[in-house]
Design a binder for this molecule. Structure first.
Ligand code: FES
Length: 275
């Protein structure tokens, strides 16, 4: 069994230069509730740590998985998403979608090896200035306990974070993210509502598949690798890797570079080179 986070050949692990680094946290707040709550917090002179950078969005549902995972890939230590309480969203069901999206983002973070606790979702109304201060203080403490993101110090973690980000952009996951709330509450095209457990299993499978495929593409983009090598670096059985390779080859995402004896070695097809 190999260490999941062991770097592939050609990927170096940098020295830890970040011992003294202060946690870097980004907060996305919806315009109508949480941002107003943060405003009230300031006006009321409640204190909160200065490590957080706030971004105002019209609704918490505007925060896409790509946006959040891109921040983690860039080395953010934590991301906070604040929205209106359920049933209070200015756009009716926006925050219900946010809840589902955050669930999917956490699943992808888990696959990447990034602690799920680094992503937090909170409902904060315009009148909850004190709650905003409490949430930011607690979250900053939690992030301090978790320490600096390993994405900054471990190149294999950066590869995994990039793979999680790329997986979130695949058609399959985007479609599931967009439809999860409606499939559970309104039903499919025939009006049949899906069982939450069954849909959860479908999403789990899709997340693992898409993450592993994205990771294969990242690794074989750094240097050509065989199925066995990919399996060892990723700690995934070779029959699963082979299944992914077959599909990626069908979609012209990966190609055989050369063979070593009878072993084919694959490389990722650069964007624009697909046939
Ligand atoms: S407007 Fe606040 S969560 Fe949608």
């Amino acid at each position: 069994m190999t260490d999941k986070h062991q770097p592939p050949h050609g990927v170096k692990v940098q020295a830890d230069v970040s011992k003294e680094r202060k946690p870097k946290i980004v907060g996305f707040l919806c315009n109508w509730c949480s941002y107003a709550g943060a405003d009230l917090c300031g006006v009321s002179r409640f204190q909160y740590p200065a490590n957080i950078r706030l971004v105002r969005v019209m609704c918490s549902a505007r925060v896409s998985p790509h946006l959040v995972l891109d921040l983690f890939e860039a080395g953010a230590d934590g991301v906070l998403i604040g929205g209106c309480h359920l049933n209070d969203c200015h756009y009716m069901t926006g925050n219900f979608h946010t809840e589902k999206r955050v669930g999917l983002m956490k699943r992808l973070l888990r696959e990447a090896g990034i602690e799920e606790a680094r992503l937090r979702l909170e409902w904060i109304s315009a009148s909850e200035g004190e709650k905003f201060s409490k949430v930011v203080t607690e979250f900053t403490e939690e992030i301090r306990r978790l320490g600096t993101s390993r994405v900054l110090t471990d190149d294999m973690m950066k590869v995994r974070a990039a793979s999680a980000d790329n997986a979130s952009e695949t058609f399959r996951l985007k479609a599931l993210i967009g439809k999860e709330f409606n499939l559970l509450n309104k039903g499919n095209a025939y009006g049949d509502k899906l069982d939450p457990e069954k849909l959860g299993r479908i999403i789990d499978t899709a997340v693992v598949d898409e993450f592993e495929r994205a990771l294969i593409l990242e690794l074989a983009g750094i240097r050509p690798m065989s199925v066995k090598q990919l399996g060892m670096v990723m700690d995934v059985p070779t029959d699963r890797i082979l299944k992914h390779i077959v599909l990626l080859r069908q979609n012209s995402k990966i190609a055989m570079e050369h063979s070593e004896g009878f072993t084919p070695v694959y490389r990722t097809v650069a964007t624009g080179d697909e046939r």
